[in-house]
Design a protein around this ligand. Sequence first.
Ligand code: HEC
Length: 291
Amino acid sequence: MSDTNPTNAPIRTDAPVVPTGGDSVQDLHRAHMAQMNDPVMLTADGVDDTAVDEPGAGGADSVQSMHDVLMREQAEPRDGFEPVPFWVAVVCGALLMWGGFYVGSNSADFRADVYDEPNPVATPVAGPVTDPDPQTVEELKAIGGRKYNAICAACHLPEGLGKPAENIPPLDGSNWVTGDQSSPARLSRIVLYGLKGNIEVKSPQVPRTAWGAAAMPPHADQLKDYEIAGVLTYVRNSWSNKADPDDKKPAITAATVRAARAKDGKRDSVTAAELQEKFPKDYADPPAPKK
Ligand code: HEC
């Protein structure tokens, strides 16, 4: 229904408009009333229910009924550019200002270090890492065997026979490894600080005894105390060597090397003569506390 204006409804003109009776005011009005209440002129449902309708009757097609219908039918909403209600503009403006203020005061300049998720798992603070301190020949040999083959074997060979052609003496059967010149304090220093100068090495496996044309490098920075103890225990108990008969009582442990390190600190390579002079065979360094 696009047009609710009742005045546009088709008008039937077959009802008498011209007064037929008297021409008094009342008669003239009666005729108009009859037409206004004519059922065909305005029907709510479009049905010409003529039977009910008599001039002046207040039936379904009466003026009042027709008005009821019209009142019920509200004007349809129409498209258009309605002005934005003032309160909507105010609320939107306030929200925009609040949002701007919120971002401005909480964005922290959008810095990555602010927005990156912190690691939820607390990084464990690296505490003092304690080195292992093996106390059996078996454990020390296991550690030392790996280190020996990685470092010492390059010169002394995996079989501990040395390289006479390169003036590298043997360890297998050496009297400095297990024998009359062997001591924990001397061996610790040879590996810690290296060895240079003339040395007489006696070994049943290698006929040559005089060495000194080559020098052995220090390993103090490369190997930890327990690793040097391991490497020495390994060479002292490998091949034909058997220096530690009691597996529970290795002659050299990390404490031995630690004591030598603490006594001598950083220093040059040792010589065989110095070892013999300063460190008699039964010499032992004063125990050094663990760091
Ligand atoms: C770069 C070669 C080289 C490496 C690596 C090396 N040595 Fe030596 N080593 C020598 C030389 C050369 C001598 C003899 C030095 C001299 O004549 O004064 C020697 C001497 C020794 C001696 C005393 C002499 C003997 O034959 O008994 C021992 C013990 C020893 N080395 C053990 C080791 C151990 C254990 C390692 C591994 C941690 C090692 N060496 C790594 C070259 C090396």
